[in-house]
Design a protein around this ligand. Structure first.
Ligand code: 6PG
Length: 234
C-alpha cells in the first residue's frame, strides 16, 4: 500500500509525504521497509517522512517515536536528513508544536489551507485515541492549527500531535492495529451503530481520501460477521 501511494506521488507530484505512527505496533512495518525490496522501490530523494505525533522527549529518549522509526528504518536507508521532519520533542511542547507546524508549512509550500499527506499511518490506543488525539482533550477539538501540544494525564509525557483537519486532509490513511488487547476497542470504533465521534479514531474521515484498517486476527477477533464479511484477508 505504501509503495502504491509512493509510486503515484512520485509520478504525479514528484514528492511523497509519509506520516509515521508512533507506539510499538508499526516497528515491524518500519523494519520491513528497511529491507532491499522496499528500499529499491522508494525514491529517497523525493520521499519525506513526518510524524503524526511525538512525545515531548529528546530524539534519543526510549519513548521517542522518532527514535523507534530511526532505529528500525531511517538509519538503514539513504534518505536525506533534510527529508526527515521530526517533531522537536526536546523543546517545550507548545514551542515544539509551533516549530513543527512551521516546518510542515515549508515542506508543503503553503501558508493557508490544509496539507495533503500522501500516506498517513495511524495506530489505535485502547481508549480510542489515535496520533495523540485523546478523548475529551482540547487538541481533539482543534480546527485551525496543523499541530498542537497536548497534556495527557494518563501518559507519562506531554505530546505534540497533528490535528483532525490535517489527518482528514490525507490522501490515504492506514490504521495498523494488532493484538488481542485491541480487539475490544477495534470492535467499538468500527461499530456502525454508534455516533461517529465517541472515539477520536472514528473522527478520522478524510473528505477526499480513503481509510484502510489493517488488523491481525487477534485484533479483529471481536468484529461482528457483518464487518468481517466486508474485510478482505491479506
Ligand atoms: C503514540 C502513538 C499512538 C499509538 C497508539 C497505539 O505516540 O503512542 O502515535 O497513537 O499509535 O497509542 O500504540 P501501540 O502501537 O504501542 O499499541
Amino acid at each position: 500500500m505504501i509503495l502504491e501511494a509512493a509510486a503515484e506521488a512520485f509520478r504525479d507530484r514528484q514528492k511523497f509525504v509519509l506520516s509515521l505512527a508512533g507506539g510499538s505496533t508499526p516497528k515491524k512495518l518500519y523494519e520491513l521497509l528497511a529491507k532491499p525490496y522496499y528500499q529499491e522501490r522508494l525514491d529517497f530523494e523525493k520521499t519525506f517522512v513526518i510524524w503524526g505525533d511525538e512525545r515531548s522527549v529528546p530524539p534519543t529518549h526510549a519513548e521517542s517515536n522518532y527514535k523507534m522509526a530511526h532505529e528500525a528504518w531511517l538509519s538503514k536507508v539513504a534518505i536525506n536528513a533534510d527529508n526527515i521532519i521530526r517533531v522537536p520533542g526536546e523543546m517545550p511542547p507548545v514551542e515544539a508544536a509551533k516549530t513543527y507546524e512551521k516546518t510542515l508549512k515549508v515542506l508543503f509550500g503553503m501558508t493557508i489551507g490544509l496539507p495533503k499527506i500522501d500516506f498517513s499511518l495511524l495506530g489505535l490506543g485502547d481508549d480510542g485515541h489515535t496520533a495523540s488525539l485523546f478523548p475529551g482533550t482540547e487538541a481533539s477539538k482543534e480546527t485551525e492549527r496543523w499541530a498542537v501540544a497536548t497534556h495527557v494525564t494518563k501518559a507519562p509525557h506531554d505530546r505534540v500531535t497533528l490535528t483532525f483537519p490535517v489527518l482528514n486532509s490525507a490522501r490515504r490513511t492506514l490504521f495498523l492495529v494488532t493484538g488481542g488487547d485491541k480487539a475490544g476497542i477495534v470492535k467499538e470504533v468500527l461499530r456502525e451503530d454508534l455516533p461517529m465521534n465517541r472515539y477520536p479514531a472514528q473522527r478520522v474521515q478524510p473528505k477526499d481520501g480513503d481509510v484502510v484498517w489493517l488488523l491481525d486476527g487477534a485484533a479483529a477477533e471481536k468484529l461482528p460477521n457483518a464487518i468481517r464479511a466486508k474485510a478482505s484477508p491479506l
